[in-house]
Design a protein around this ligand. Structure first.
Ligand code: F0G
Length: 462
């Protein structure tokens, strides 16, 4: 008789010590508040939300080790011991000798962009990120997308859709000259592509090419441990390597990096830039004083830096990252059973619904992803976010909408916060909206702010 093989599941490497009640609301109530919020999930009150998948940014559950560290905050204006502990861990885990703390990721993007970009420069990157590109533009630069074409196709199963297209990059260097490119901006995984990683092989090749043209290479390392996990599980030669080892090797190819600590580091606030470039370090250590705070706190409390330092130690633990990605895979597999259109492969921090295929009867001008996010909220109180035409904004030169190929709703998973039962409830709600999709009409924009419009724009039903 053949031996029966019993499946062995993974589970979270932690148990729950403290709980936070969430409010249950009625559909009538949600219809009312969604209208008041202009059908923008960013404008909802959090107490009106049941399962909050708006973002994984600052919404994570800290561990008892991190909370214990919060009590050791040294709130001195200058030279806090928590800063030095954070600095030690940045050296140890990211391998960068210099650190400048900032209040969050965009604070670091601001300082790096200002220090490195001159008006008229070009900054190539593996797809844009909203705040990253805006800071590059505000410093006078022009962002150029050099990600591989596969990344713009939601159904393509390339394992490393975050890779840079070496030909596109070299063409740009040839066209404008290396001197006009202060640095290549490489993120891993790529948020707007659906949480898609780059491979170590691609990174090494990009490094070779940037060296050839004398261009620096900078890393948006906000979710770098997720990228490391994918390298470990998808790339030959890394199966036996630890997350910490892979992270350090990735960082070794970069001149510097910036991090929104609100993701990988599992804290509620914080960010930093770290570099091996003494000139950029000296410049940003000086400008941080103008925009963020003294260079040993950068807009953070000492206790925040302590939680970040401890978060770095936890983020590289394999079981932690395995459980995170496992939860997202579970969600994707459940949605697939109902035939819900999604981005493939499933991403590192979120499931992305493909709104173009979910609502094929809506033209992009009717904001299909914005509409879908609002419909899901009204159905069940589950909050996701638009990542499509609204997020892409307008072209600063022509003033016209940018029309991104990807029109997505992001369901983002805070770390260590929700259970599998929450996911089941959310999956059933999305399946219901999918069932009723033909009745859904689009939206029109009623109010549009000048910068990063997706945060504050308001819409009305057609
Ligand atoms: N880079 C990436 C890849 C990000 O995802 C974010 C933030 C930032 C930089 C900026 O960092 O928010 O700390 O200032 N992403 C959040 C999100 C907002 O929901 O994806 P921040």
């Amino acid at each position: 008789m053949a031996k029966k093989i019993i499946k062995r599941s993974w589970a979270e490497p932690f148990k729950i010590k403290m709980v936070e009640p969430i409010k249950m609301t009625t559909k009538e109530h949600r219809e009312k508040v969604a209208k008041i919020a202009g059908y923008n999930t960013f404008l909802l009150k959090s107490e009106d939300v049941y399962i909050d998948l708006l973002t994984d940014s600052g919404t994570n559950a800290m561990s008892d080790y991190q909370w214990a560290g919060m009590m050791l905050g040294d709130e001195a204006y200058a030279g806090s011991r928590n800063f030095y502990y954070l600095w030690d861990n940045v050296k140890k885990y990211y391998g960068m000798p210099y650190l400048v703390p900032t209040h969050q990721g965009r604070g670091a993007e601001h300082l790096v962009s200002k220090a490195m970009i001159k008006p008229g420069d070009y900054i190539p990157g593996n797809m844009y990120f909203t705040t990253t590109r805006l800071h590059q533009e505000l410093a006078g630069g022009t962002f150029v997308d050099v990600i591989i074409d596969e990344a713009h196709d939601s159904q393509n199963r390339h394992p490393f859709k975050g890779n840079i297209d070496l030909q596109k990059l070299e063409d740009l260097f040839e066209k404008v000259g290396g001197k006009k490119v202060p640095y290549v901006s490489m993120a891993g995984p790529v948020n707007m592509a659906g949480g898609q990683p780059f491979s170590m092989e691609n990174l090494r090749a990009v490094k070779k090419l940037t060296d050839k043209y004398g261009v620096k290479l900078w890393f948006d390392a906000t979710r770098a441990t997720e990228n490391a996990y994918y390298i470990k599980t998808r790339e030959k030669g890394f199966e036996e390597k630890t997350i910490a080892y892979i992270l350090k090797e990735m960082c070794s190819y970069f001149d510097g990096l910036w991090v929104s600590a609100k993701k990988d580091l599992m804290v509620n606030i914080g960010g930093f830039l770290a570099t091996r470039n003494k000139k950029v370090f000296e410049e940003t250590r000086n400008t941080v004083v103008i925009y963020e705070g003294l260079h040993t706190y950068g807009g953070l409390a000492g206790r925040d830096m302590e939680a970040m330092a401890r978060g770095i130690e936890e983020m590289v633990q394999y079981d932690n990252i395995r459980a995170r990605i496992g939860q997202i895979e579970y969600c994707g597999n459940q949605l697939e059973k109902y035939g819900i259109p999604m981005v493939y492969p499933f991403g590192g921090h979120a499931i992305f619904l493909d709104a173009k295929r979910f609502l094929p009867h809506l033209k992009q001008d009717l904001f299909p992803a914005q509409t879908l996010a609002a419909e899901i909220y009204v159905d069940s109180g589950v909050r996701g976010m638009e990542r499509g035409i609204v997020s892409a904004g307008r072209n600063p030169e022509t003033g016209k909408h940018r029309y991104p190929k990807l029109e997505l709703v992001r369901l983002t998973f805070p770390r260590r916060v929700y259970t599998q039962a929450h996911i089941d409830v959310m999956v059933e709600s999305i399946a219901q909206v999918f069932e009723d999709r033909k009745k859904i009409k689009g939206l029109k924009m009623a109010y549009e702010p000048k910068y990063l419009r997706f945060f504050q724009a308001k819409f009305a039903k057609l």
